[in-house]
Design a protein around this ligand. Structure first.
Ligand SMILES: *Cc1c(COP(=O)(O)O)cnc(C)c1O
Length: 383
């Protein structure tokens, strides 16, 4: 068995698919120390620059004095503390849902929701570019798993029409994590209503960034919380901490509380996370200035690269990928940027389809226009 693993590792190395962890000797911010060297980072999903915000740090310090470090047990057994409860209530009110339930992270939220709502005899219709956690969730559910071409509404409708499944569930990222484009949520909801399907929306990259006061992608599209919509937002990206939540009709949330295995069979996250998040939601609500600056950066990046050989994908989110193609070449460009003290990760399969290795530029409201200029100047030099 060990020899097998050795061979597999060697194959990864041969195909430029071996990943290396960089160790940060600084907090998550735009100027970091990576493997001992200063770098300008475009690698985090900390879109509003809250991960190292003094107000969150203070809320956490106050919380630790009052609540200690650990929750001690799962939510249903005795680990559900006042900050956890307050966070559930706050998140529901913030996104405008009847109820919300927090999970330890987005991966576990997805793994909890999908198998709780569907099982054998049911069918899941999922966008081909969905996040890995949604793919795993669909497999865990044992429902039929149909994957439709990216954002292809006609293909989705054909599948829905043919299906005789008892329950149907449409599964999509709201902002696609490696392409940065949006799902056509209103059209997906129209199909969901027509074919009596659940619509599960993973808003890992929209929550905090899009919509009124950062309420997320549903708000961005002016969509009310219909009873068939299940909204998942993560709290480790724009919210700057860690965790995730599911917001939906009160009965759905009650059912998840009773049945979602990744909620029930795990220790509640630390109460200090919940306190930090309560502060974070308060800040998100008031951060129109940060969101406006982020939009300025996005527009400026496109303008700067317009006349260059580098073409960003058509994305209006903070995720701006440049498709390179070959793994080796993507690594070379990332290395050339690193030589200029800039860190942009090269994303390779299986995170993205084969032959579409890319640089994933991720912008934060903490980036300055001067820092952005540093990136685009370096890219032009490397071209
Ligand atoms: C990051 C991400 C997740 C996982 O969330 P975590 O809280 O990091 O576990 C789920 N879905 C999408 C689309 C993501 O980008």
């Amino acid at each position: 068995m060990l020899n097998d693993i050795k061979k597999q590792l060697a194959t990864l190395a041969q195909n430029d698919l071996l990943r290396h962890r960089v160790t940060l000797d600084s907090p998550c911010q735009t100027n970091i120390i990576a493997d001992g060297k200063p770098k300008l980072s475009f690698a985090s999903n900390d879109y509003l620059g809250l991960a190292n915000d003094p107000r969150l740090i203070q809320a956490t310090q106050e919380s630790i004095e009052k609540w200690g470090v650990g929750a001690g047990s799962s939510h249903l057994v005795g680990g559900h503390m006042t900050p956890h409860e307050a966070l559930d209530v706050k998140l529901a009110a913030f996104v405008g849902a009847e109820r919300a339930l927090t999970f330890s992270n987005g991966y576990m939220a997805n793994l909890g929701v999908v198998p709780t709502l569907t099982g054998r005899g049911d069918a899941i219709f999922a966008d081909r570019l969905n996040h890995a956690s949604l793919i795993d969730a669909a497999q865990l559910s044992r429902a039929e798993h149909h994957r439709y071409p990216h954002n292809d509404l006609r293909a989705l409708e054909a599948l829905l029409q043919k299906s005789t499944a008892k329950r149907k569930l449409i599964l999509t990222d709201a902002v696609f994590s490696m392409d940065g484009d949006f799902a056509p949520l209103p059209a997906l909801q129209a199909l969901a209503e027509e074919y009596k399907a659940w619509l599960v929306v993973d808003d890992a990259h929209g929550f905090g960034v899009l919509g009124k006061n950062g309420r997320g992608s549903l708000s961005h599209f002016d969509m009310p919380f219909a009873p068939n919509i299940i909204y998942m937002g993560t709290l480790g990206k724009a919210a700057g901490v860690s965790g995730a939540f599911v917001a939906a009709h009160a009965d759905v949330i009650e059912w998840l509380t009773q049945r979602a295995r990744t909620y029930i069979f795990t220790t509640a996250s630390s109460p200090i996370m919940a306190s930090a998040l309560l502060e974070s939601i308060k800040i998100i609500e008031k951060s129109d200035d940060k969101r406006a600056h982020l939009q300025t950066l996005i527009a400026q990046l496109k303008t700067d690269l317009d006349a260059s050989p580098w073409q960003c994908l058509d994305s209006s989110s903070a995720i701006q990928p440049i498709i390179i193609g070959e793994n080796k070449k993507a690594l070379e460009v990332a290395r050339a940027l690193a030589d200029r003290d800039i860190w942009v990760p090269a994303i390779r399969p299986p995170t993205v389809p084969k032959g579409t290795a890319r640089l994933r530029i991720s912008l934060s409201a903490n980036h300055t226009l001067a820092q952005l200029k540093q990136l685009t100047t370096a890219l032009k030099e490397i071209a």
